[in-house]
Design a protein around this ligand. Structure first.
Ligand code: C2E
Ligand code: MG
Ligand code: MG
Length: 747
């Protein structure tokens, strides 16, 4: 039971452990995702910062060039014609222009280098005419134009000053060292056409087709839309080589051009370390969790192995390898108590003359036989619903579902046939016979020991030597057992509460009709059961050894009575008490008897100790006990003489004072005449050996007469009196403290 509780606990602990491991995993994954999101946000912000920085650089460069040109335009308006170019060629510019020139109102442009172009179709021209400064990439020239209007005195645009710079000059701003050199910057126009591309252009080239060729992609549309509204933005895209990239875009120098800044960085380059760390954490957590899981699993398996070993030691029968009585109990008890009455049967099975197998073939063969029987029994029951165990020695118990008597017998015959199957084709068969007791478990509250007792009692009730027998447990037998159990539960308390008392049955001297003595007999007055007679409890008390206490108590009560009579001046009588065979186990038992007599000043010669005939048959050393009894002054009788068969030998060896002829001599109606001869002979023999004879259980006057004639000394029987209560006995025996004389003849 404890083991199964232990199993439950460890299952509970295992579940908790596994839940813990799963929670660790979930929390780690959850945290990693959260961390991933945070780092994405951080990466976005970081990209914004880097972009803003570069945009500001580009922006300030443009503004610087335009303001440089603006200053020149302010000066140049005082000059006319070629002197303007002279001024331009002389002026030391803060910025190193590739070329510098003037656009007239028709769009005709003449540069310092002497080159002439018509720039009427450029945006720079249009914006300039509107009085606005502008910067523009002219792809066909591979140059960047910066234009500022030159105003006349009326503050009207008279011409435009144009500075040209190399496209390459912008690129160095666009080269960034961040992101392990993996990031790329591009400046595009609102149509998505590239204007400037920084280093590491592979990635951007791969990506830019998307916003040039796949305008229908939602993120491209959003970006171009944002350009119109001069808004910045951020998105995540995947390159054709399946590289995940972060893309950030910004408008540059709002109103001064149609340039948009685009920064593209592989996500790996930004989040690389962080992602690696995250992945590492996840993998490590996973590995550690797996290791913990595996170790826990291993520990669980090892523990399970040990528990199994312990269970095997605790629950297996080492001879049959099947379950033992303990495990049997654990399995069947709940089934009995949880099922309706009469659901199951308990069958006790024993091998007849099993001792012979051990004696003839040795204990190894004996053990093999037991194993064989266990195997046969377990094959004949329903697995997991019915059970079998070897209880001890060659006693087995079968716990099966209740079934009609015929079916039970059928099963048992089959079991017997299976057990003896090994004899098939044997020259000298050796048949094993079984004795079986069957009990239907009628009450689910009955405890297992009682149930097994019932089945076993049934088995013992009928036992023929050479054939199998199957006995069903009867109700009478059960009631006897229950009452025995009740009695043993009550006895100790009954003695304490003085529920036992004595009755005295007079012994009459046939020669003079006087009461010569009495036998002190126990009675038990129980508050619930009323008066209980010795035959119902003496055998039980003898089994438990409690009889010794009771005998001493009866002696004490008897001594009290004799002592009272002595004090009252009554004529004294010899009173006999019954001495159980159990006393003989205690060498000093007579000392206790003597002590009690001394306690009440009762001379020991007034006490007659009745020992049953069987004591003398079983214990040769009883000769010494008789000597001791006599040396202490007690009288001694052989009770129930003639009940056994070897009684005459006793007369020779055991010198007692009185022989008590058993009642059975007088109740048998067979061979009355021969019986009389036997009685006569015993009386004669006893007389010659110096022993008196008392006839017990005499109920008829005819018997009294016969006994008188054959020289019997005393009579104890209903013919004179039943056992009497003390007061009744005193009335029966005494008249003025003198012993009465009775009339004993039949007339
Ligand atoms: P027992 O010692 O042989 O006692 C005689 C029994 O025969 C008594 O039964 C008595 O009542 C009965 N008896 C006497 N005359 C007649 C008769 O004419 N007809 C019939 N039918 N019965 C007669 P009881 O008192 O029931 O005692 C039964 C047995 O119990 C005793 O047999 C004795 O062996 C035992 N016993 C009684 N008291 C004690 C005791 O204190 N200690 C011990 N150890 N055994 C006791
Ligand atoms: Mg007796
Ligand atoms: Mg007797």
């Amino acid at each position: 039971m404890k083991l199964s509780r232990y199993k439950k606990n460890s299952l509970f602990l295992s579940i908790i452990l596994y839940l813990l491991i799963i929670s660790i995993l979930v929390i780690t994954i959850f945290n990693t995702i959260k961390l991933h999101n945070i780092s994405n946000k951080q990466a976005e912000n970081y990209l914004k910062d880097v972009s803003t920085q570069i945009v500001m650089n580009v922006d300030s460069k443009i503004k610087f060039i335009l303001s440089d040109l603006r200053i020149m335009a302010d000066f140049i308006k005082q000059y006319k014609g070629d002197s303007r170019y002279e001024y331009l060629s002389k002026r030391k510019t803060s910025y190193k222009y590739y070329d510098i020139g003037i656009i007239d109102l028709e769009g005709k442009t003449e540069f310092l280098s002497g080159k002439k172009f018509d720039l009427k179709n450029t945006v720079s021209y249009k914006k300039g005419m509107e009085g606005k400064e502008y910067s523009e990439v002219i792809e066909s020239l591979g140059a960047v134009l910066y234009t500022v209007p030159i105003f006349d005195d009326k503050n009207e645009v008279s011409s435009l000053l144009i500075g040209v710079s190399d496209k390459e000059s912008m690129n160095y701003i666009l080269n960034i060292e961040n992101f392990n050199g993996e990031g790329t910057i591009e400046i595009i126009n609102s149509k998505g056409n590239p204007l400037f591309i920084g280093e590491n252009s592979e990635l951007i080239k791969d990506l830019s087709y998307k916003y040039k060729d796949s305008m229908d992609e939602p993120w491209v549309q959003k970006m171009l839309n944002d350009f119109k509204n001069e808004k910045s933005g951020h998105t995540v895209i995947t390159s054709s080589k399946n590289i995940k990239c972060l893309l950030t875009y910004y408008p540059i120098t709002k109103g001064l051009n149609d340039w948009y800044f685009v920064l593209v960085v592989p996500e790996e380059a930004v989040l690389g370390e962080l992602n690696k760390l995250n992945s590492f954490t996840i993998i490590m957590t996973f590995i550690v969790t797996c290791i913990i899981g595996i170790i826990t699993g291993l520990l669980y398996t090892i523990r399970k192995k040990y528990v199994n070993q312990i269970e095997n030691i605790a629950y297996l029968d080492n001879i049959t390898n099947g379950i033992n009585q303990t495990k049997f109990g654990m399995l069947v008890k709940p089934l009995i108590s949880e099922s309706p009455d009469s659901t199951y049967m308990m069958i006790a099975i024993n091998i007849k003359e099993f001792k012979l197998i051990n004696d003839c073939f040795g204990s190894d063969k004996g053990n093999m036989t037991l194993k064989h029987i266990y195997t046969v029994l377990s094959k004949n029951i329903t697995k997991n619903e019915e059970f079998v165990c070897r209880h001890d020695a060659d006693l087995f118990y079968l716990f099966i579902k209740n079934r009609p008597v015929l079916e039970v017998l059928e099963l048992l015959y089959k079991i017997e046939a299976d057990i003896n199957y090994f004899n098939e084709n044997r020259e000298n068969p050796y048949f094993l016979r079984i004795s079986v007791g069957i009990y239907t478990i009628e009450n689910r509250n009955e405890d297992l020991i009682t149930i097994q007792d019932y089945a076993n009692t049934a088995r013992k009730s009928f036992n023929k030597a050479h054939q199998s027998d199957f006995s069903f447990y009867s109700d009478i037998e059960r009631k006897r057992l229950i009452s025995e159990k009740e009695i043993s539960n009550l006895m100790e308390k009954a003695l304490e509460d003085k529920e036992f008392f004595i009755c005295l049955q007079p012994k009459i001297d046939i020669k003079n009709g006087k009461v010569s003595g009495a036998e002190s007999l126990t009675r038990w007055r129980n508050s619930e059961k009323g008066i209980i007679y010795p035959n119902d409890f003496i055998p039980l008390f003898e089994k438990s050894g409690f009889i010794c206490k009771l005998d001493l108590y009866i002696l004490e009560e008897t001594c009290k009575l004799i002592s009272k009579w002595i004090k009252e001046g009554k004529e004294v009588l010899i009173i006999s008490v019954n001495v159980s065979r159990q006393h003989l186990k205690d060498k000093s038992f007579l000392e206790k008897y003597e002590l009690i007599c001394n306690k009440y000043d009762v001379p020991t010669h007034l006490i007659d100790l009745e020992l049953t005939e069987s004591i003398f048959l079983e214990n040769p050393e009883a000769i010494d006990v008789i000597k001791d009894i006599h040396s202490k002054g007690f009288k001694c009788s052989i009770d129930d003489f003639g009940f056994g068969y070897s009684s005459l030998g006793i007369l020779k060896d055991f010198k007692v004072d009185i022989i008590k002829l058993d009642r059975s001599f007088f109740i048998s109606k067979n061979n009355i005449e021969r019986g009389k001869v036997v009685i006569e002979s015993i009386i004669e023999l006893s007389r010659r050996l110096g022993m008196k004879v008392i006839a017990e259980g005499i109920e008829e006057l005819e018997q009294v007469e016969f006994l008188q004639n054959v020289g019997c000394d005393y009579i104890q029987g209903y013919v004179f009196s039943k056992p009497l209560l003390i007061s009744e006995f005193e009335e029966f025996t005494y008249e003025n403290n003198k012993i009465k004389t009775l009339r004993i003849s039949s007339d």
